[in-house]
Design a protein around this ligand. Sequence first.
Ligand SMILES: [Zn+2]
Length: 406
Amino acid sequence: MILIKAGNFWDGRSDQPSGYREILVENGIISAVDCEVDCSKSIQIIDLTGYTVMPGFIDCHQHLTLRPSMFGQFWRYAPAYKTICGVDALRHNLMNGFTTVRDCGDMDLHGYTVRELSQAVKTGMITGPEIVVSGHMISSRGGHMDVTSSLPADSIPFENCLADGPDEIRRVVREEINRGCDWVKYAGSGGFTSPSDDPSQVTFTQEEMDTIIGTAKDFLRPVAVHAIGPDAIRRSLKAGVRSIEHGSLITRELLSTMERDKVFLVPTQVAAIRSMKIAKDPNSSTQVPRHIIEKFSKYQDDLIEGTHAIAESKVNIAFGTDMGIISYAMNPAEEFYEMVKNGIQTLRALKSATSVAAELLKREDLGVLAPSRSADIIAMAGNPFTDIRATENITFVMKKGVIYKK
Ligand SMILES: [Zn+2]
């Protein structure tokens, strides 16, 4: 049994922190939260009276097995290397207060490395956040995840997450689920970083999207879509998707539909807005490929308008960084600062990585500090409600009752 004395406690869903609270943890679960917890049994006391204490962060969009250096040449990197990348990414996440991560697309195109990493964390072989697994990003041929055009001419094309037409799509979705994926993820539009497509392109027909989501629903799996342009978002919403990933060129009309239908948006604003600013900055030291600069130039105004529309909407925002596309040298918590800078209220940003993220993942044990919830607890100096950058300096991490950083 562990008793945490929290100087400034926030439960992950209230409008503001509630000051001093004591949290009792038993067997990895929170058993009590109160001004003074009555406990007669022998316990370990952790003094966090000088800190703000809140639920462990949840990042709903990462690619644990990807690094920017792999762009355009995934096949050059062995699964073993991608596994090592994953192990390193997991440690980085946990040390920065991220106790749950949804992987939104395994970049080991020949295997299911993220699934293996998830099992290794569960059995304690490696240290990291709990992983929610989306498998590979299912794509049409010519779509966002079709990397075959950049393969060497004499190589065997990799096709196992590519599918066209309802029959192929059903087979691929069922295969991904059979390999143990918790979510299904597909590419509904092109992207900014990919060399041969455009964010406005829609890469599956309505019938194909209906088939992806219908098949996943039969197997009780929720679906996330990579959708940047409005047409891909509109079609995906019609098909019944649970989360729109990126949504960078979204319109106010589509945001209203999402509010009405309770669809979540994972806006990944470091990947969209900060990357656009770096790409457009003539003084930036970062080398950005020509095609990315051109696409960001083309869509700059729409990106800014989309960001304003998101901030002014009431849509459920869930936290996601797109780490993997973004270098793991970055602290994932920088997404909080980016959101707030782009007009999203601090409370909304903080809830996006706690109670709202747990709601997206349909996990009633996560994201809130209350009795019977998982003891995923973090602490930081300072108050993130007055300085959002306090989230970037996590000094205490507990996951399921086990202390990883103190
Ligand atoms: Zn992504």
